[in-house]
Design a protein around this ligand. Structure first.
Ligand SMILES: [Fe+2]
Length: 201
């Protein structure tokens, strides 16, 4: 699978060292940039077709999708690189994608148990305004991390507090891919019978 991923072996090794130290690691072009551009366009088409839902929890009013095949497909494709970065054999749980709108914020939080090992990938935005993700790493340091389209930020979703200030762009799209340790099999696919399905009730 690694041939489908933009990151080089040396980039993944460097990310693994950083992840082991801090629980956070950036990988440039974890997803090849043209694929990120494509997925940003997929979200735009889904939005136009009324196939995104309005986020009622973390970012009220943002447009989101859970478990869509276009995004769940990234889970197995990136499981190998994510296992290299984290040093843990991982199972996919679920994908999520969100288009934030101007002024929307992501309040400080950590993630639910299906998000032990997560990577957030920037897909695209209406402009080049910087909009960093803020995260407190394992050493207690507050980090401010900017991503270009295709870049991934791997992080310990359940352990590390993360947030964003107000979105400066008209729109800004991001994919989230979540994994758990292979020892935690009841969380595989987030309780679904397969990838590509809606969230179970
Ligand atoms: Fe989160």
């Amino acid at each position: 699978m690694s041939k489908h991923v933009g990151a080089s072996t040396s980039d993944l090794a460097a990310a693994a060292a950083e992840f082991a130290r801090s629980g956070v690691a950036v990988v440039k072009e974890l997803v090849p940039r043209p694929v990120a551009v494509y997925l940003s366009s997929v979200l735009s088409v889904m939005h136009g077709a009324g196939r995104l839902t309005s986020d009622r929890s973390q970012v009220p009013g943002a447009f989101v999708t859970y478990g869509d095949p276009a995004f769940d497909t990234l889970l197995p494709l990136l499981a190998g690189p994510m296992s290299q970065i984290t040093g843990v054999e991982l199972w996919p749980t679920y994908s999520f994608a969100r288009t934030y709108l101007h002024g929307q914020e992501l309040t400080k939080h950590s993630d639910r148990p299906s998000c032990q090992y997560s990577v957030t990938v920037h897909l695209g935005a209406s402009d080049d305004e910087a909009w960093p993700i803020e995260i407190t790493d394992l050493g207690g340091a507050d980090r401010s991390i900017e991503l270009a389209p295709g870049d991934g930020l791997a992080y310990l979703g359940c352990e590390l507090t993360h947030w964003r200030g107000p979105c400066p762009s008209q729109w800004y799209s991001q994919a989230f891919l979540h994994y758990v340790d292979r020892s935690d099999r009841n969380l595989v696919f987030d309780g679904r019978p397969s990838l590509g399905r809606p969230r179970p009730n």
